[in-house]
Unconditional design. Structure first.
Ligand code: EPZ
Length: 418
C-alpha cells in the first residue's frame, strides 16, 4: 500500500493545473445510460479511482468505455443490463445513481443498497421518495432494492433536504420521462448545473438548475452528446488551502472562481490574498491566518468537502476558531490525526473548536476518507519536519497525481510503496 512522505514547511510557488470535477463527471458518465448513442465526455479526471469504478460500472451494465487522455467515449453494444453489481456499489456509493436512468428506460432495476461510510450513515431515502412520486414501486430483497415502474410518469417532488445525489438521480430519470417533472428544494451545486447542461445535450429540457426549483421536460428517446466537464472546485479549494497553510504564492490554472465564492470570502477574512481571473486563481499568504469560524452548508454555503482542509489550516491560526459541520454526522475523523501533529482541537458533536498553534509537527498519520486525506496533505505541507500519510488510496479517490502536482509547486513530497 502506498504512503506519501512530505518534508513540510516549504512555501508553495508557481502554478498547478486543476483537473475536471470528479463529482460532476460521475453523474454525467452514469447519465450516458440514458441513450444508446455514443457520448464523448472531455476533461474527465480519468486517473481517479472513483472514475475507474464508474467505467467498470458502465461496462458491467453493457456499455463500452474508451479512454484517450482525459476524454472518455461511451458507446453501447447490445442491450443494457438492469442490475448493478454489489461489488461495485460497495466501492463507490455514487454507483446507485445508475438506478434512475435504467428504471426510466426499462421499467425495472435492481441495485444493492449502499451501506454507510466513514463520514456518516448516508441513507438514500430522499432518492426513493422522489422515485415514488414519479410512480415507482419499491421492493426490498436481501440487501437489494428493486424499483419497478412499467412507465415512470412526470411528477412533482419536494425534498426534505437538498441532497446532491437525489437531485442528480431524479433529474436523470426525469430526462427520459415525457412531461414536466419539478424538483423543489433541489441541491444547487455547480455539479448539478453541469449535469443539466449534459442532459440538455442529450435532448431533455432542463430549467432552473442552480436554483432550488428544477424543471425537467424529458423525452422517451435521448441521443448522444459531446460535453466537457467543469473544473474540480474541491481540488481547487484544497490547493488554495494548501498554499495558504504552507504560505507562498500559487496559481491554480483552469479554476472557476464563481464556484468557490464562499471559500474565497472566508479565506480572505483569514488573511489570504486571492486574485481571480477568467480560468485561474492565485492565492498568496504569508504567516499565520486569523482565526475565522465556518459552518458547512449546501451550496452556495461553505462546502462540506473543504471542511477538513480548512480545519487543517486553522490549526495554525493566531487564536481560537470554530468549525461546524452541518451536512454529514461524522466528518471529524481527521481531527484525531491532526492532534497527532500537535493540533489543539476539541470536537463536540458537530463542532470542532481549534486553538491555533505556531506550527504543526510532522508525524505518521492515516487518511480515513478523501477529504480527511486532503486535510492531512494540507497539514503535512505546512508542518515542520516529516509527515508520512498512509491509506493514500482515500486521497487517490479524489485527487489526480497529487504528489506530482504538489512537487511542481515546490513541495517536497514523494510516494513510496510500504
Ligand atoms: C455528494 O454526495 C458528493 N458526492 C459528496 O462528495 C459531497 O460531500 C456531498 O454531495 C455534499 O456536498 C458526489 O457528488 C459523488 P447528499 P451525496 O445526498 O450526493 C443526507 C467527496 O468527498 N441524505 O447531498 O451523497 C446524507 O446522509 C464526496 O467528494 C439523506 O439523509 O450527498 C448527508 O448527511 C463525499 N438521505 C446529506 O444528506 C438521502 O436520501 C448530504 O448528502 C440522501 C442524503
Amino acid at each position: 500500500m502506498d504512503q506519501l512522505i512530505i518534508d513540510g514547511g516549504r512555501p508553495l510557488r508557481g502554478s498547478v493545473r486543476m483537473s475536471g470535477s470528479k463529482n460532476a463527471a460521475l453523474p454525467i458518465l452514469i447519465a450516458t445510460l440514458l441513450t444508446d448513442e455514443p457520448c464523448t465526455v472531455d476533461n474527465v479526471p480519468v486517473l481517479l479511482r472513483d472514475l475507474r469504478t464508474t467505467f467498470r460500472l458502465l461496462e458491467s451494465l453493457g456499455k463500452s468505455v474508451e479512454i484517450s487522455g482525459s476524454q472518455v467515449r461511451v458507446t453501447a453494444h447490445g442491450s443494457l443490463k438492469t442490475q448493478a453489481p454489489y461489488e461495485i456499489v460497495k466501492q463507490m456509493r455514487a454507483s446507485v445513481l445508475a438506478a434512475g436512468p435504467l428504471l426510466a428506460r426499462f421499467g425495472l432495476v435492481r441495485v444493492p443498497i449502499p451501506g454507510g461510510c466513514a463520514i456518516g450513515l448516508r441513507p438514500i431515502d430522499i432518492h426513493l421518495k422522489g422515485f415514488a412520486a414519479l410512480g415507482a414501486r419499491e421492493i426490498a430483497d436481501s440487501g437489494d432494492i428493486i424499483l419497478s415502474a412499467p412507465r415512470l410518469r412526470a411528477g412533482r417532488v419536494r425534498f426534505k433536504f437538498p441532497s446532491v445525489g437525489a437531485t442528480e438521480h431524479l433529474m436523470m430519470a426525469a430526462a427520459a420521462v415525457p412531461g414536466a417533472t419539478v424538483i423543489e428544494n433541489a441541491a444547487r451545486e455547480p455539479e448539478i448545473e453541469d449535469l443539466a447542461v449534459f442532459l440538455g445535450r442529450l435532448g431533455a429540457k432542463v430549467r432552473g438548475a442552480g436554483t432550488a426549483r428544477i424543471e425537467v421536460r424529458g423525452e422517451r428517446t435521448l441521443h448522444g452528446a459531446v460535453h466537457a466537464v467543469i473544473p474540480d472546485r474541491i481540488e481547487t479549494g484544497t490547493f488554495m488551502l494548501a498554499a495558504a497553510a504552507a504560505t507562498g504564492r500559487l496559481t491554480l490554472l483552469g479554476a472557476e472562481p464563481r464556484h468557490l465564492k464562499a471559500v474565497t470570502a472566508k479565506m480572505r477574512a483569514a488573511g489570504a490574498k486571492i486574485d481571480e481571473s477568467a480560468g485561474s486563481m492565485t492565492v498568496s499568504m504569508s504567516g499565520r491566518p486569523r482565526p475565522v469560524a465556518i459552518a458547512t452548508a449546501p451550496h452556495p454555503g461553505f462546502p462540506t468537502d473543504l471542511q477538513a482542509p480548512w480545519l487543517a489550516w486553522m490549526c495554525r491560526a493566531s487564536g481560537r476558531s470554530r468549525v461546524t459541520e452541518t451536512v454529514f454526522e461524522n466528518r471529524f475523523l481527521h481531527a484525531a490525526e491532526l492532534r497527532r501533529m500537535g493540533a489543539h482541537i476539541a470536537v463536540t458533536g458537530s463542532e470542532a473548536l481549534v486553538s491555533g498553534i505556531e506550527r504543526l509537527s510532522g508525524a505518521p498519520i492515516m487518511a480515513s476518507d478523501i477529504r480527511a486525506g486532503a486535510a492531512l496533505l494540507v497539514a503535512g505541507l505546512a508542518a515542520g519536519g516529516r509527515t508520512t500519510i498512509s491509506r493514500v488510496y482515500h486521497i487517490d479517490r479524489g485527487y489526480e497525481r497529487v504528489e506530482v502536482k504538489l512537487r511542481g509547486a515546490g513541495a517536497r513530497i514523494r510516494r513510496v510503496k510500504a
